[in-house]
Design a protein around this ligand. Structure first.
Ligand SMILES: [Zn+2]
Ligand SMILES: [Zn+2]
Length: 112
């Protein structure tokens, strides 16, 4: 499958990895929209669907948990955002969670 995230997971493409667990990998977004902008991705190629298996739901929960712990590690958990892009947002279909933070002044209002 020609999926950029699967290639990063298989280390066929380079990425600045900040987290790696059994099921989840976290790395820096190549086009950051915040001082800290990380992506958390399940190692299994998973896309949005109406009916997730229990196993997939657990994976989604673990994604949030991984992002939260890295946010804490990087001292940005006081003001950070976790964002999923779903559907026709022009996004990579492999489910991933954006973690944005690290603003030194006010949190920008424009990116929800
Ligand atoms: Zn994939
Ligand atoms: Zn995205």
């Amino acid at each position: 499958m020609d999926c950029i995230f699967c290639k990063i997971i298989k280390k066929e493409l380079p990425a600045d990895i900040v987290y790696e667990g059994k099921d989840i990998i976290g790395f820096k977004d190549l086009n950051p929209e915040a001082p800290v902008h990380l992506l958390f991705v399940p190692k299994k190629h998973l896309e949005w669907k109406d009916d997730f298996s229990q196993e997939d739901l657990l994976l989604l929960a673990n994604l949030i948990s991984a992002a939260k712990s890295v946010a804490k590690e990087q001292n940005i958990s006081e003001a950070c955002k976790l964002i999923f892009n779903i559907g026709k947002t022009g996004h990579i279909p492999h489910i991933h969670l954006h973690l944005l933070g690290g603003w030194t002044k006010d949190v920008p209002k424009h990116n929800i």
